[in-house]
Ligand binder design. Structure first.
Ligand SMILES: CC(C)(COP(=O)(O)OP(=O)(O)OC[C@H]1O[C@@H](n2cnc3c(N)ncnc32)[C@H](O)[C@@H]1OP(=O)(O)O)[C@@H](O)C(=O)NCCC(=O)NCCS
Length: 216
């Protein structure tokens, strides 16, 4: 079986029960590289070109950060295709007695499959995960056009979201790994050019928190 990013025991049976027949909600798997995961993600933003090796290295590095990355997919089992995906990133804090906050990211439903409540099911699943893991709040940012969708999932507008994009290329993953394994006595080469100050992107995203207070 293809490695999964987290335990499938954290998938909500109720969310699965609400999906149409032939669709499975589950953790991201290594094999999803060949099941259209990137086609699905491309409905959200620029994906860039990611080789299978890069995908596997990134998957493995997420696996090593235990209890942080939870990427969920919905698969059309007949077609063996990923039709929807969403991510929960768990942030460990010192605040509030070492509490955890959940960040919802990269929610996308393949454009051929929208309007079937897959978006809502993804959010339900990520809330289930956040509750099971013990997050005290869930946060996300979105465009004004998606605000009604998130409101239907129980989120509300709060505060202001700000962003600054940093324009320097990172070394390829292999080089990054070599840098991390250098002995402490050696200076770590950091090939970072002085970042150019970029015009700030338009602040058109909303910041939508949700308090999580019910057990799964
Ligand atoms: C936003 C998105 C995830 C919604 O997924 P979906 O599966 O089509 O949405 P659902 O079928 O679960 O919709 C649930 C409800 O939200 C409503 N809804 C969905 N998107 C909406 C939008 N953009 N504006 C207003 N209402 C919306 C639906 O009409 C539905 O309402 P209902 O319960 O009254 O019938 C999907 O359109 C998408 O992938 N968009 C492109 C990527 C993107 O923008 N992602 C969000 C990043 S923050």
């Amino acid at each position: 079986m293809s490695p999964q990013l987290f335990s499938s025991s954290l998938i909500s049976p109720a969310v699965q029960a609400h999906l149409p027949e032939g669709y499975l909600i589950r953790p991201l798997e290594m094999a999803d590289y060949h099941k259209g995961y990137f086609d699905c993600l491309a409905g959200l933003t620029v994906v860039g070109s990611v080789s299978e090796e890069q995908f596997q290295q990134t998957f493995e590095s997420m696996l090593r950060c235990q209890n942080v990355y939870y990427i969920v997919v919905i698969e059309d089992q007949k077609a063996s295709r990923v039709v929807a995906t969403g991510t929960l990133v768990v942030e460990q804090k010192f605040l509030r007695g070492c509490a955890k906050a959940g960040h919802i990211e990269d929610i996308v439903v393949h454009d051929s499959q929208r309007g079937k409540k897959f978006g809502i099911r993804l959010i339900d699943q990520l809330r289930y995960l956040g509750t099971a893991i013990g997050c005290y709040k869930l946060l996300l940012t979105c465009s004004e056009t998606n605000e009604p969708f998130y409101q239907k999932s129980g989120f509300e507008r709060k505060d202001l979201h700000m962003a600054q994009y940093i324009n320097h290329p990172l070394p390829p993953p292999q080089q990054q790994q070599q840098q991390q394994t250098l002995p402490h006595s050696q200076p770590i080469p950091v090939p970072v050019p002085v970042p150019k100050r970029l015009p700030l992107p338009r602040l058109e995203t909303l910041h939508c928190p949700q308090l999580v207070n019910s057990p799964p």
